[in-house]
Design a protein around this ligand. Structure first.
Ligand code: NDP
Ligand code: OXD
Length: 316
């Protein structure tokens, strides 16, 4: 069997390193990058990040779609998505990067990073109260591959950890909650809420005024803290800003936004209680991930099943 061609279809993302990596690892396998070539019958695999909608439907022999990220919302929003398996990224490298981001931001809030940066700029020598990590509960919304790893690493640092998902599950040392009924209890327990949910029809806009109003008010940090590294569509930015301004939210670390890149006029950029990062919590590194994708493609061509399939009905 001749090796199937790969089409790389991305927008808003420089794909040069991915092309280089695939050409290095599989020089025998034709790799297409021009989106107007998306009718080529030789293409069996599409690697996508925010591909132009409708284009994949024109590939007559497409066998699988690989998301270049762990999230697949950008794939499922294509109204003409062909009926082939959609593979998402599950990789230790990406998981480790996300856990690093979560730990970094949780510690930033525990250890008053924003306050000390301000104090240094003003030459102020003052030590605010220092709560123990063991006095703080980090609540993780989305106990999937990324949420469970972050939970385990936070526990090892010393935090108490709660988690919330769609279905009931047990995770060692984590107070697990699920479904709509479990959400208020989960929020009432969590001093810092970390959002690692996928964006689906059910989760769009979930981080809104109503959810923030259910967050624990009295926390060892002085107020509730939000960290969102899931997707921008999960949050209602106007509600977050209003909550920060009226004090119902103390601080927020946001890696993802309703519109990306975050528009220059967004008040989030300059809000003193907000930390903005440019959708950089966990980068997809081609040197780490291309070999895994290629291994999947080769296994598929040997007749083995594809792993890490997204569920089209659930949307993640
Ligand atoms: P998983 O699919 O492994 O986990 C998703 C979790 O969310 C599961 O626990 C699932 O519950 C839960 N969930 C889904 N829908 C609901 C719902 N309606 N109510 C409650 N819980 C729900 O995904 P990953 O952990 O691999 O990734 C999570 C997200 O992180 C990605 O979808 C992506 O959007 C984002 N991401 C962001 C990055 C960044 O750089 N900012 C990088 C990588 C990913 P259940 O266990 O019951 O299925
Ligand atoms: C992802 C992302 O989904 O980078 O992996 O957001």
């Amino acid at each position: 069997m001749t090796p199937g061609s790969i089409l790389l279809a991305t927008t808003g993302w420089d794909a040069a390193e991915w092309v280089k990596e695939f050409r290095r690892l599989a020089p025998e396998r034709p790799m297409l990058t021009r989106l107007e070539n998306a009718t080529d019958p030789a293409v069996r695999y599409a690697l996508v990040w925010k591909h132009p909608h409708g284009m994949l439907a024109k590939l007559p022999n497409l066998q699988a779609i690989f998301s270049l990220g762990a999230g697949v919302d950008h794939v499922f929003t294509d109204p003409q998505l062909p009926d082939v398996p959609v593979v998402r990224i599950v990789a230790d490298d990406l998981t480790q990067r996300m856990s690093e981001y979560v730990i970094w931001q949780v510690l930033e809030h525990l250890r008053h990073g924003r306050i000390y940066r301000h104090q240094q700029a003003e030459k102020i020598w003052r030590e605010p109260p220092q709560p123990a990590s063991s006095a703080v509960t980090v609540g993780i919304m989305g106990l999937g591959v990324l949420g469970r790893d972050a939970a385990s690493k936070l526990r090892h640092i010393g935090f108490k950890v709660a988690g919330w998902g769609r279905r009931s599950q047990q995770v060692d040392g984590v107070a697990c909650h699920h479904g709509e009924d479990g959400l208020a209890t989960f929020l009432g327990q969590s001093d810092i809420v970390v959002v690692l949910l996928p964006l689906t029809q059910q989760t769009r806009g979930i981080v809104n005024r109503d959810l923030i109003s259910k967050m624990k008010r009295k926390t060892p940090l002085g107020g509730p803290v939000l960290i969102n590294a899931g997707r921008g569509g999960l949050q209602v930015e106007a509600d977050i800003l209003a909550a920060l301004d009226d004090g119902s939210l103390m601080a927020a670390s946001l890696d993802v936004f309703e519109t990306e890149p975050l528009p220059k006029e967004s008040p989030l950029w300059s809000h003193p209680s907000v930390t903005v990062t440019p959708h950089a919590a966990a980068a997809s590194d081609p040197a780490q991930l291309a070999p895994l994708m290629l291994a999947q493609i080769r296994a598929h061509e040997r007749g083995e099943p594809l792993a890490n399939l997204a569920n089209r009905d659930a949307g993640y």
